[in-house]
Design a protein around this ligand. Structure first.
Ligand SMILES: [Zn+2]
Ligand SMILES: [Zn+2]
Length: 256
């Protein structure tokens, strides 16, 4: 099958583009970007992913499994990563308003609330849509500003934007958006050395956001022919997380 170049470009743009960056920390209240390394700057050795979803926008189990597998390599959680799919919400609970979605997150956040420091929690809320984005994330400090009793980082995933495009499967797209949004909850990418507009400037990084000549060059053939999508953080982003360990999570060093 011959694919016209114009269509190929559209396929690639659809598969790679469309993440919302975090509201950029600006002004005097902005935390130094290193303070925003939420999950990895605390001693928690376990990670809980609490997943709630709106009816009709359920997560794809294989995408969540891919995320959990990838996080085993990307984070330092030697006592395990647990994924729990929890509340099912009626479609009318969903509104395209960040205030409504944050309050929905407060209402549905329900699992295990142990002493601070023993467990890191990321809350993932699945719904149909939000202004054409595919995913969105708020770090815990950002959430805490408006919701003092909310103790997690929040990821939103919008299933209406995650449909298979030719052989770029919906599972791959969902998994790659999850890894990208998870990076935001870790506090990536505030380092001005390789970050701009809340995203990484390295085109091969999962935290890169956008489709331009470089991603086109890097991903055109892998994405077009194998459905490949980025699922890793680049060396610069990894270094920001584990500066003392050359970017490798301390528990995963081969020769500690
Ligand atoms: Zn992003
Ligand atoms: Zn990066």
């Amino acid at each position: 099958m011959r694919i016209p170049p114009g269509l190929a470009a559209v396929l690639l743009a659809l598969a790679l583009g469309g993440c919302a960056s975090l509201p950029r920390p600006t002004g005097p209240e902005a935390p130094a970007w290193r303070d925003a390394r939420v999950l990895e700057s605390e001693p928690a050795s376990r990670l809980l992913l609490e997943v709630d979803r709106v009816q009709g926008s359920e997560p794809r189990p294989r995408a969540l499994r891919k995320l959990a597998l990838r996080l085993r390599d990307l984070t330092d959680k030697p006592d395990g990563i647990t994924v729990v799919v929890d509340d099912l919400l009626p479609p009318e609970a969903w509104q395209e308003s960040d205030q409504v979605l944050r309050s929905l997150a407060r209402r549905t956040r329900s699992l295990e609330r142990p002493a601070p420091g023993s467990l890191a929690t990321v809350h993932i809320l699945y719904g149909p849509r939000f202004h054409g984005y595919r995913g969105f994330a708020w770090t815990r400090p950002v959430m805490a500003r408006t919701s003092p009793n909310y103790d997690a980082a929040l990821i939103l995933i919008f299933q209406d934007q995650l449909k298979s495009i030719a052989w770029i499967t919906d599972v791959r797209q969902e998994a790659s958006v999850l890894v990208h949004e998870f990076g935001h909850t870790l506090g990536l990418v505030g380092d001005p050395g390789h970050g701009s507009g809340g995203h990484c400037t390295n085109a091969w990084c999962s935290m890169y956001d956008g489709v331009d000549a470089r991603t086109f060059f890097l991903y055109f053939f892998p994405t077009l022919f194998t459905g490949y999508l980025p699922m890793r953080y680049c060396a610069d982003c990894s270094d920001d997380l584990y500066p003392e360990d050359d970017g490798v999570p301390p528990g995963r060093r081969r020769n500690p």
